[in-house]
Ligand binder design. Structure first.
Ligand code: ZN
Length: 148
């Protein structure tokens, strides 16, 4: 609670709105009716857990969802990620994951940030080392799931 409070104080309004919106009204926080991939990701340093489900058809991710428990950043980031990767090929999803990891860890160009669309809002997490593992949990789990 204290940690979330401090986070809100140091962040901008748009960031807060997006994180809150994805926590209050997540689009993808449920197991899809059908899935062929399932993997649990854990971030012990914060206590975040997500179980990620993907449904694939050949090379394309046709549906997905997650179940989980943890801080607002970890859950919102997974929700935003699913929004972005459903309908994409596995290669495209991995490319977005590369961009996201690089944005958080070393920084990316404005053009690359445009590619990340809403996930680009999480760039400010790169200035909060303790929250990096929260933000990348969903993406890391997806990479592992796709064998990358
Ligand atoms: Zn967390």
């Amino acid at each position: 609670m204290l940690r979330e409070r401090r986070l809100i104080d140091m962040s901008n309004t748009l960031y807060n709105e997006i994180i809150n919106e994805h926590n209050l009204r997540p689009y993808h926080k449920q197991a899809p009716a059908e899935s062929d991939l399932k993997l649990e990701g854990v971030n012990p340093s914060c206590g975040d857990v997500i179980t990620l489900y993907l449904k694939t058809d050949g090379d394309v991710i046709t549906d997905g969802g997650y179940e989980g428990d943890g801080c607002a950043i970890s859950q919102a980031s997974a929700d935003i990620m699913l929004d972005m990767i459903i309908g994409k090929s596995k290669d495209e999803a991995l490319h977005l994951s590369d961009l996201f990891m690089r944005m958080i860890k070393e920084g990316i160009s404005e053009e690359e940030k445009d590619e990340l669309m809403e996930a680009g809002i999480l760039e400010s997490v790169s200035h909060m080392p303790a929250r990096v593992k929260c933000a990348v949990l969903g993406w890391r789990t997806m990479r592992e799931m796709l064998g990358a």
